[in-house]
Design a protein around this ligand. Structure first.
Ligand SMILES: [Zn+2]
Length: 327
C-alpha cells in the first residue's frame, strides 16, 4: 500500500531500531545482549517480558542528544512506510526523570529532530506526553505537569501507557484534568489486557477523546454502541495484539466488526520493531484478512486525520494532503 498514512498510536522508544539500541549500548559499554534474539530483533515471551525488554532497551538512551538521534532514525523509517503524519508517545519518565527543566531539554532536541525529518522526508510529527500507569498516580501528576507546561505546537496530547492490569483508573483523573485544562487531547491505553470494564473506566473517569487499543470493547455490545454513538476513536494496533497474543489469529481480530458497528477505528503499529511490523505490513495483513481495499484505507486515514490532536491548520493541511480537502 503506497497511499499516504496517518499514524496515531506509536511509542517513540518502542520504535527504536534494534541496531541503534545495540550501537548506543556498545558506546556506553552496557551489556544488553539478552534482549535480542538470534535474528538480531527484540526477543521476549509475553507482555510482562515485553515491558522488561522495553525498559532495558530504553535504558541506553541517556540524554537529549540520544533522543534526537532516536527521533531521526525512527522518523526516517516511519516516513519510508508512507506515514505523512505521526503522533508519537513521549514519556517524561524516560526523558529527564519527570524534572521539568530536563524534560524541556529533551523535548527541544526531539522537536528539532522532528523538524529536520519533516524537511528531509515530509513527515509531520506531533508529541503526546504519556504517563506510565504502573508507576502510579503521583508520577502521573508529574508527567501531566510536564505536559501542561510544554503544551503547544509540538506537544498536542496527554496519555497513559504501561500495564493496564495495575492501579485504579480514577486515581489518574487529577493528571488528566490538568492536561485537559492545558488544552491537550486525551488518550489512554485500555481494553487490551483488560476487558470492557477497563474501557468504561477511561471513558468515565478520565474522559478521554481516544482509546489506545480498546479492542476488547468488542466483547460488550452496549459498550460498542456507546463508542459508536459518542465517536470516541480507537487507536487499534492489530499486529501488536497478534504479537502479544491478545488474539491468536488475524481473523480473530475485532477491528472489522468494530468498524462495521460504526466505531471510529484507526490503524497504528504501537512499537513496530518489537512486534516485527510496519505500517505497510499492517495494511497488507488487513487487506488479506478482511478484504479491505484502497478506499477503506483512505477512509481510515481520514478518520485518523480528524482524530489527530494537532491544531486546525495542521489538520487542514493534512486532509488536503490526503486529498480529502474540498478544493
Ligand atoms: Zn501502546
Amino acid at each position: 500500500m503506497t497511499l499516504p498514512k496517518v499514524e496515531l498510536h506509536h511509542h517513540l522508544e518502542g520504535a527504536a531500531p534494534p541496531a541503534l539500541i545495540r550501537d548506543m549500548a556498545r558506546m556506553r559499554g552496557a551489556d544488553i545482549g539478552g534482549i535480542f534474539g538470534p535474528d538480531g530483533g527484540y526477543a521476549y515471551r509475553d507482555f510482562t517480558g515485553f515491558l522488561a525488554v522495553y525498559e532495558v532497551a530504553t535504558s541506553v538512551l541517556k540524554g537529549p542528544e540520544d533522543y534526537a538521534r532516536l527521533t531521526g532514525a525512527v522518523l526516517e523509517n516511519t516516513a519510508a512506510q508512507g506515514v505523512v503524519y505521526l503522533e508519537t508517545f513521549i514519556s517524561p519518565d524516560f526523558c529527564g526523570g519527570r524534572d521539568l527543566g530536563a524534560w524541556r531539554e529533551y523535548l527541544h532536541a526531539i522537536a528539532e529532530a522532528a523538524r529536520v525529518a519533516e524537511r528531509a522526508h515530509g513527515i509531520v510529527t506531533r508529541g503526546i506526553v504519556t504517563c506510565i500507569r504502573h508507576f502510579g498516580p503521583a508520577m502521573a501528576r508529574d508527567a501531566a505537569l510536564c505536559a501542561a507546561e510544554t503544551a503547544g505546537d509540538f506537544i498536542v496530547g496527554f496519555g497513559m501507557a504501561g500495564d493496564e492490569r495495575r492501579g485504579v483508573v480514577a486515581d489518574f483523573a487529577y493528571a488528566f484534568d490538568m492536561a485537559r485544562e492545558a488544552g491537550l487531547g486525551l488518550t489512554a491505553h485500555a481494553g487490551e489486557w483488560e476487558g470492557p470494564t477497563s474501557v468504561r473506566a477511561v471513558l468515565d473517569d478520565l474522559r478521554v477523546d481516544r482509546i489506545g487499543h480498546g479492542v476488547r470493547a468488542a466483547e460488550d455490545p452496549a459498550l460498542v454502541e456507546r463508542l459508536a454513538q459518542t465517536g470516541v476513536v480507537l487507536e487499534i494496533c492489530p499486529g501488536s495484539n497478534i504479537a502479544l497474543g491478545v488474539y491468536p489469529r488475524w481473523s480473530d481480530h475485532p477491528i472489522a466488526r468494530l468498524r462495521a458497528a460504526g466505531v471510529k477505528v484507526t490503524v497504528s503499529t504501537d512499537d513496530p520493531p518489537f512486534f516485527h511490523t510496519t505500517m505497510t505490513q499492517e495494511y497488507d495483513r488487513l487487506a488479506q484478512t478482511f478484504g479491505w481495499g484502497e478506499d477503506d484505507f483512505a477512509a481510515l486515514n481520514r478518520v485518523a486525520a480528524e482524530a489527530a490532536f494537532c491544531d486546525t491548520a495542521t489538520r487542514a493541511a493534512l486532509l488536503k494532503r490526503l486529498e480529502f480537502a474540498d478544493d
